[in-house]
Design a binder for this molecule. Structure first.
Ligand SMILES: NC(=O)c1ccc[n+]([C@@H]2O[C@H](COP(=O)([O-])OP(=O)(O)OC[C@H]3O[C@@H](n4cnc5c(N)ncnc54)[C@H](O)[C@@H]3O)[C@@H](O)[C@H]2O)c1
Ligand SMILES: [Zn+2]
Length: 395
């Protein structure tokens, strides 16, 4: 007897949505026992409970001389009714190293296993974007998700990565090849950490502020221009405002942009990033993320002009701001060629598309504060933009 497709197949649609919310707190002295912000973050769902936690700390912070591990222990001792350290805070190597060797991910997993951490326990990461990305990946995947609190300690981590919903590590030479979308339980941005940050990292983190201003907020770009003296000398008030406004703009895009987990083909916040990711890999991460993004933004600004999208002259304004803030807008690795004889940097376009899936989508500029998406990049025009950048740098 023949069955019709209708009788053999039944489709039941499962549909639900999960609301996400987490606090992003701006504070100072987060581990000062008199500061309640951390305790409140732990206790926000179960105020009467004592919470188990393990803290992972970027070793770059220890090198800065801050007795951070002792401070965390003192904080936990004062708030012992709310917080129990499952073990003394654990130092982890800071910087890209932790993301490029899976051994570190495994060692963090081992620690959580040994400590019998459950899903209502907390994994706290204190550090730069790299440590947050690696610890965040472990927190998101252990028991399918342990509560994760981030304490970002670099400009970039405070104004961009730390307030976002992604984590990940590098594998097979591909940046963030392994990772998840996993909103944290809470984020605590403490400006005091910025004081010990090397100047190079202070500058690098400002690239993301210029980026988000360029694609979303002309007024903020004007503010950055007006305060470039203060920013170039790392004035505290200017740095605080820059970080906070940048974080807000990132949060708004994630919360209200309609695609927080980037299921589409676009990464609207990734202006200047297709070449930046490639440049980071080509230089084996000797060029910092923010440094590469600054070059990527200058390149795509010039390309935007050549493509008739951005009024001529605006790219000069963008380059002038970036240079004033302390960025170099050229790197010799941009001219490196692969086996085909083509510039390796242009492979970044393919990598970018592969990471996202779907059609190529690159954000360019239609004006200061106006990001526009295009689906094709003319390689000859991009080479022209590259030549322009090199000539400007006196190369
Ligand atoms: N998940 C995301 O959405 C996202 C977004 C953007 C970037 N990222 C990632 O973030 C990483 C870069 O992060 P980053 O720019 O914060 O740098 P980083 O984490 O690589 O840290 C840079 C250096 O600063 C040290 N350090 C950190 N805080 C310090 C402090 N307060 N004082 C002194 N030294 C300190 C670290 O030990 C390291 O040596 C990259 O891997 C990038 O891919 C992730
Ligand atoms: Zn970035």
């Amino acid at each position: 007897m023949k069955h019709s497709t209708q009788t053999r197949t039944a489709t039941h649609w499962q549909r639900f949505s999960v609301p996400y919310e987490f606090p992003v707190v701006f504070t100072e002295g987060v581990f000062d026992p008199d500061n309640p912000a951390l305790r409140e973050a732990f206790s926000r769902l179960e105020p009467a409970k004592r919470h188990r936690a393990v803290f992972f700390v970027d070793d770059g912070l220890q090198a800065g001389g801050a007795p951070l591990i002792e401070a965390i222990q003192a904080y936990a001792a004062r708030h012992a009714d709310a917080l129990e350290l499952a073990c003394p805070p654990v130092a982890l190597p800071g910087g890209e190293k932790i993301k490029t060797d899976l051994h570190f991910v495994e060692s963090i997993q081992q620690k959580l296993f040994d400590l019998h951490l459950d899903r209502h326990s907390y994994v706290v990461a204190v550090g730069g974007g790299a440590v947050l990305d690696a610890v965040g990946l472990v927190a998101a995947t252990t028991h399918r998700g342990v509560r994760h609190i981030r304490v970002p300690t670099t400009v970039l981590a405070q104004n961009d990565s730390g307030v976002g919903v992604k984590n990940g590590v590098n594998l097979l030479g591909v940046k963030n090849f392994v990772g998840t979308f996993a909103p944290p339980f809470a984020v605590l941005n403490d400006h005091d950490f910025i004081d010990s940050l090397p100047d190079r990292d202070k500058v690098a983190g400002m690239a993301e502020a210029v980026k988000v201003a360029l694609i979303r907020d002309a007024e903020f770009f004007g503010w950055l221009e007006r305060h470039m003296d203060d920013l170039a000398t790392f004035g505290r008030a200017a740095m605080q405002h820059m970080i906070r406004r940048c974080a807000e703009l990132h949060m708004r895009q994630i919360g209200q942009g309609g695609d927080p987990f980037e299921t589409g083909s676009a990464r609207p916040l990734d202006y200047g990033h297709w070449s930046a990711h490639k440049l980071e890999s080509l230089t084996r991460h000797h060029v910092r993320h923010g440094e590469a993004v600054a070059i990527g933004m200058a390149l795509d600004a010039r390309y935007s002009v050549l493509a008739g999208l951005l009024p001529a002259g605006e790219e000069l304004r963008i380059c002038a701001l970036l240079e004033y803030l302390g960025f170099d807008l050229w790197h010799p690795a941009l001219e490196r060629t692969g086996t085909s004889g083509e510039w390796s940097i242009l492979e970044g376009l393919r990598d970018f598309q592969e990471h996202l899936g779907g059609e190529l989508t690159i954000t360019l500029l239609g004006g200061i504060g106006v990001g526009v998406e295009v689906h094709e990049i003319d390689h000859a025009r991009m080479r022209q933009a590259m030549a322009w950048l090199k000539a400007r740098a006196g190369g």
